[in-house]
Design a protein around this ligand. Structure first.
Ligand code: 5GP
Length: 213
């Protein structure tokens, strides 16, 4: 049976583990793909250009933004972030699940332009745990970590605008919860009624042919 492609937004306060969850889904199951964002922030730790982000100078980012290369852009702690449009369209068209690890502003923009996107909000098991995870990052100075923490607490308020909420108190369970949600979403009749598939009858969709009685 046809499995429709999906754009899946995973947002959470910084330090909640969404990037780890995205990479686990890609490693553990087929069909998943990571949406590599562009950013003007400096690479952190082992991050690689073209893998974790496309690291860009601000003028290059703004030029791409003006020419419509991004489906959404947002500023986060004085740096630009943007989701490239072309790879997203291609992945969905090929029946892939493209994971967008983006902040809550980006999530809102995606929902506006792509209402069929699946919106998942990930929350930490508590403020103390969030602080511990952010402070554990040796790649940023204390003032930036403090800003991230303040921002994260502010971002928690928007959970109600998402379709699903998952508490990341256990990584394995959180990964499988996201996968179960996506499995169910791919079986929605409304997705198969999408214009890409609507001309096909259910018989064709199920892969049945004329030899069957
Ligand atoms: P970080 O600097 O920790 O990698 O990311 C900071 C925040 O920006 C995180 O919440 C991350 O999910 C978000 N982010 C990453 N890429 C994008 C993007 O393309 N668009 C938006 N709106 N946010 C992004």
């Amino acid at each position: 049976m046809i499995k429709p492609g999906l754009a899946v937004v995973i947002s959470s306060p910084s330090g909640t583990g969404k990037t780890t969850i995205c990479h686990r889904l890609i490693g553990d199951y087929g069909d998943y793909q990571f949406s590599v964002s562009a950013t003007t922030r400096q690479p952190r730790g082992e991050e690689k250009d073209g893998v974790d982000y496309y690291f860009m100078a601000e003028d290059e980012f703004l030029k791409s933004r003006t020419s419509g290369k991004f489906i959404e852009t947002a500023q986060y702690l004085n740096c630009w972030y943007g989701t490239p449009l072309a790879p997203l369209e291609k992945a969905v068209d090929q029946g892939k699940i493209i994971l967008l690890d983006i902040d809550v502003q980006g999530g809102k923009s995606i929902k506006d332009v792509l209402p069929q996107a699946v919106m998942i909000f990930l929350v930490p098991p508590g403020a103390a745990e969030l602080e511990k995870r952010l402070s554990g990052r040796k790649t940023e100075d204390q003032s930036r970590i403090k800003k991230r923490l303040d921002m994260s607490i502010k971002e928690l308020g928007v959970w109600i605008e998402y379709d699903y909420i998952i508490v990341n108190d256990d990584l394995d369970r959180a990964v499988s919860d996201v996968h179960e949600i996506i499995k169910a979403e791919r079986h929605k009749t409304s997705r198969l009624a999408d214009k890409k598939y609507w001309k096909k009858s259910l018989i064709e969709l199920l892969g049945l042919n004329g030899n069957r009685r």
